[in-house]
Design a protein. Structure first.
Length: 243
């Protein structure tokens, strides 16, 4: 096995925590992320095992930029699992779309990128008109997951040396999913770990939409290059940062 250095955003709990724990157990170098010092304190069990901790509220663009700059100053990353996400409220677009876009644009080096999608992306609207990217009001979770799935496909197209994929982890019993979620938490984090670290030939592919180790067909607009380009232009204008 080749040891990789892997960033898992939003890893204080839930799927991100499970992925970070599993990757550490497999012998990889892991960078974990929490949105504030209080939540970072809960990562002591992982940092005691060698994980590096970065802290920044991904609802705030300046914090995302600070985290990216800190990571660029350190040991190069091999992979990023863009796990951080929120279900509702004004932070939906800033956390679910703006943050992974900025991290992708700013980080130097990662050759594998994994973005967390959702089956909810099938209900998203392939239009950026009227979207409140700054979180002044609640955004559509479905739209945000369609956007980030299209972002993954766009990166796969525009960066041929990078493996970029989207993963639907299922509806699992996390704080976001709720205690009665029907899917398997253990299976919910395995596909993104595999895509981030495995030398399996299937894991060395790009531009896929994955669910529990199987590649599925996403929303029709995900691979629409015109939509991808419109989305990237909008995000570049909104953030002042070109991918």
């Amino acid at each position: 096995m080749i040891v990789s250095r892997i960033l898992v955003t939003g890893s204080a709990d839930g799927l991100g925590r499970a992925a970070a724990d599993s990757l550490l157990s497999a012998g990889h170098e892991v960078v974990v992320h929490a949105r504030n010092p209080e939540r970072a304190a809960g990562l002591d069990a992982l940092s005691d095992r060698g994980a590096h901790v970065v802290v920044g509220d991904f609802a705030e663009r300046d914090a995302v930029r600070r985290v990216a700059a800190e990571l660029n100053d350190g040991k190069p990353l091999d992979a990023v699992i863009h796990n951080a996400g929120v279900w509702s409220g004004p932070a939906v677009m800033p956390v679910n779309v703006i943050a992974p876009y900025l991290v992708t644009a700013l980080l130097r080096g990662p050759r594998r990128l994994v973005y967390l999608s959702s089956s909810s992306h099938f209900d998203g609207r392939p239009s950026t008109d009227g979207v409140d990217w700054r979180g002044g009001k609640a955004g559509s979770y479905s739209d945000s997951k369609l956007f980030v799935t299209a972002l993954a496909a766009a990166v796969a197209r525009l960066r041929p040396g990078v493996l970029s994929n989207a993963v639907d982890p299922g509806w699992v019993p996390t704080k976001m999913g709720g205690p009665n979620a029907p899917d398997d938490l253990e299976l919910g984090h395995r596909t993104q770990e595999w895509l981030a670290s495995s030398d399996d030939p299937q894991a060395l592919t790009t531009g896929g939409y994955w669910y529990y180790g199987e590649q599925l067909e996403p929303h029709g607009s995900v691979h629409d290059e015109d939509f991808q380009d419109r989305l990237l232009r909008t995000l570049a204008e909104e953030t002042g940062t070109v991918l």
